[in-house]
Ligand binder design. Structure first.
Ligand SMILES: Cc1ncc(C[n+]2csc(CCOP(=O)(O)OP(=O)(O)O)c2C)c(N)n1
Length: 289
């Protein structure tokens, strides 16, 4: 089936309704919308303190059309695990349990909970949406912020590199692990559908650019997300039962400089620094994550 036909076959129903509070061009909201097309209405979503936790609205209003649970920052996978156990006791089957956390809620403060759930092979899907900063508290750098990126607390650029959470979860022996991009929705949706059909712990990590903290115009989000893949910095792959497979290989890689120069957070980098990044991408057979 062609890409266009596949797009037409996606459910029209929006499980995150219009009127939500996501800011213009925010990749996290786009990832939620795409994910819910794949997961469907029989899903419980657990979101820890994060930008996406605020998107649905405050107090008495909500844009979520599926059960939404707001967990503490550090424990979304543990809470999803508990809800799965409660559903089992009640004899409710066929419900997809998703913990949907930001990069800090996955790689930093949420890591112990995520690692425990992966190691115990809990029957949940964890999606890490990665905007490479602590957005909800103003855009501070965290473990997945890439080297050189300016943030409010790394004004001269982050001195250390991006934590490779995909490989860390892969090393836990999880049955299904995949990278994804909001610029490749069919790839993301196919991976989530595959994950949904499986049992045990499943992990997806999607790159979700954010205009304000990355420094680009709000209508460029998908373009930036695509450049990250096409320059080789964010390869798309999946790991099923230990076997790694590339799911999209750019016909021709674009220069890393195209991606870097399109973002204000890297504006201070020199040509030599960007050339070093290019050399790193070129040297890594898997695409330079
Ligand atoms: C224990 C604890 N520490 C700090 C906070 C404050 N806090 C709320 S959200 C957040 C950052 C979340 O970052 P991330 O998980 O990357 O999601 P994003 O906001 O970027 O979407 C922080 C530090 C908190 N709620 N709880």
């Amino acid at each position: 089936m062609g890409e266009r036909e596949e797009l037409y076959r996606l459910p029209r129903e929006e499980l995150l309704s219009g009127g939500h509070q996501g800011i213009s061009g925010y990749g996290g909201t786009i990832a939620v919308r795409q994910a819910l097309k794949a997961l469907g209405p029989n899903t419980v979503i657990v979101v820890p303190a994060s930008a996406v936790a605020t998107v649905g609205g405050l107090n008495t209003s909500t844009a979520w059309r599926i059960p939404f649970v707001h967990s503490l920052f550090e424990c979304a996978p543990a809470m999803a695990t508990g809800i799965r156990a409660a559903l089992e006791i009640k004899g409710k089957t066929g419900v997809t349990l998703v913990s949907f956390a930001g990069d800090a809620g996955s790689a930093d403060i949420g890591f112990q909970s995520l690692s425990g759930a992966a190691e115990r092979d809990e029957d949940i899907i964890h999606v890490c949406y990665d905007d490479e900063a602590y957005l909800n508290t103003g855009g501070q750098a965290g473990g997945t912020t890439p080297a050189g990126a300016q943030t409010v607390n790394t004004p001269q650029g982050k001195p250390t590199g991006k934590k490779d959470l995909l490989s860390i979860i892969e090393a836990h022996g999880a049955g299904y692990v995949a990278s994804a991009s909001i610029a490749f929705p069919l790839d993301f949706i196919a991976k989530l559908r595959k994950a949904k059909e499986r049992k045990g712990f499943r992990y997806l990590h999607i790159l979700t650019p954010n205009p304000a903290t990355w420094g680009f115009a709000a209508d460029q989000t998908i373009h930036i997300a695509r450049l990250a893949v096409d320059c080789g910095l964010w390869p798309l792959f999946e790991v099923e039962d230990g076997g790694r497979r590339v799911t999209y290989a750019p016909v021709r890689r674009v220069p890393v400089a195209d991606y870097i120069r399109a973002q204000g957070r890297f504006r201070h980098l020199t040509g030599d620094q960007i050339a070093a990044m290019q050399a790193q991408v070129d040297a890594s057979a898997g695409g330079g994550r």
